[in-house]
Each structure stands twice: as C-alpha cells, then as structure tokens.
Ligand binder design. Structure first.
Ligand code: GLN
Length: 192
C-alpha cells in the first residue's frame, strides 16, 4: 500500500514514520510532478492551513487531490489538514477542498489554551492521548458524519466515508491506533 503525504509545509515527517512502522510505503507530494506516481491514500498533515492551501494551488496540486478525495481515496487529515477538508470554516472566509461536511473553527482554543494535551475517548478505539496545537474544533457536522471523539463537548475527531479528520496530532504521540484505523479504510468497500 502506497500512501502520499502532502509535504509542502508542516508536520509531515512524523506521519511518514508512523505509517512506515505500520507497513505502509510512503511518498511525499511536493510538486505537481509527484502526483504522477500511483498512490492509494493521502495524509493531510498539521501546519498552517492558509499557507498549505495557497501552496497546493500555486504548485498545481489542488484540483487533482480534491478529485481523488471526491472519488473515494482514503484520507487522514490532522489539524490544519482538517481545516483543508472542511466544507465550512466559521471564522475564515476561505475554503479549501470542502469535501468533509463539517464546520470547523480555526484556532478555536484561543491564545492561552492554544496548545494543550489531554486524554479523550475515541469511538471504537478507547482512551487516546491528544496533543492540541493551535487546533481547530468541529462546531457542527452534517448528519451522515460520524463523530469519533469529543473534548469538552466539542467534536475533535470525525469520519465521513473515506475521510478521517482530527483536530489533534496523533503523529506526535507514540499511539499508532488512529493511523491503524486509517489503514483499515483500505480494506473497506462500503466507503467512497
Ligand atoms: N492553527 C493552524 C491553522 O489554522 C493549525 C495548527 C496545526 O495544524 N497544528 O491552520
């Protein structure tokens, strides 16, 4: 299984390492030419969503990636990646892929609580370490979106068909179960 990680900015190396330990072959997407290689899944890492969105458009990767997501390619999106997937961003005019029917709020935890760690419960997985870094949360989700985790009453992990989006950074902890859940999408035929 070959998985591509967007490598224009942000915390992509940690995703690569984690997925490699789980047996995936990883490639980095830095420019349009990298999209010529075949790959089966996609990781949208944390970082700065505004910059990532701008770079993806300028580098000519945006439309092709959006099409692949719409066609059902499994996607794992963390933090800024979740913002790129969201259909709506309540405190920003911009929209990116818009393939995940949720409304997110950027930098939702304010300045003082911009970064924090907690443990939450992920549906089907159990207690999970959650590292939040100037994270968004999910303000609302359309009915067909499954909420996988909430922290303080706000959704922080969701799944919709082929897309898993989380507010926190699972790649920065040692727990690989969420990445494992992502890999399980590849054997499902009822999504996409
Ligand atoms: N604050 C960033 C944004 O709005 C996301 C931060 C992150 O990915 N850790 O894009």
């Amino acid at each position: 299984m070959k998985i591509a990680v967007i490598a224009v900015q942000g915390a992509f190396i940690e995703h690569e390492k984690m997925l490699q330990t789980l047996g995936a072959e990883m490639i980095e997407l830095r420019k349009a030419g990298d999209l010529k290689q075949p790959f089966d899944g996609l990781v949208l890492p944390g970082g700065e969503s505004t910059l990532q969105g701008k770079l993806l458009r300028e580098l000519g990767m945006f439309d092709i990636l959006q099409q692949k997501i719409l066609e059902g390619m499994p996607v794992l999106a963390t933090c800024a990646g979740l913002i790129l997937l969201a259909k709506e961003i309540s405190n920003d005019e911009k929209r990116y892929f818009g393939t995940l029917p949720v409304t997110v709020k950027r930098n939702a935890y304010g300045r003082q609580l911009g970064s924090f760690f907690c443990e939450g419960e992920i549906k089907g997985i159990g207690r999970y370490p959650m590292e939040f870094i100037r994270a968004p949360y999910i303000e609302s989700a359309e009915e067909e979106v499954e909420v996988l985790a909430e922290v303080d009453g706000k959704a922080v992990a969701v799944q919709y068909k082929n897309q898993i989006g989380v507010s926190f950074h699972p790649e920065l902890t040692k727990d690989t179960r969420l990445h494992q859940k992502f890999l399980e999408l590849f054997s499902r035929t009822d999504i996409g």
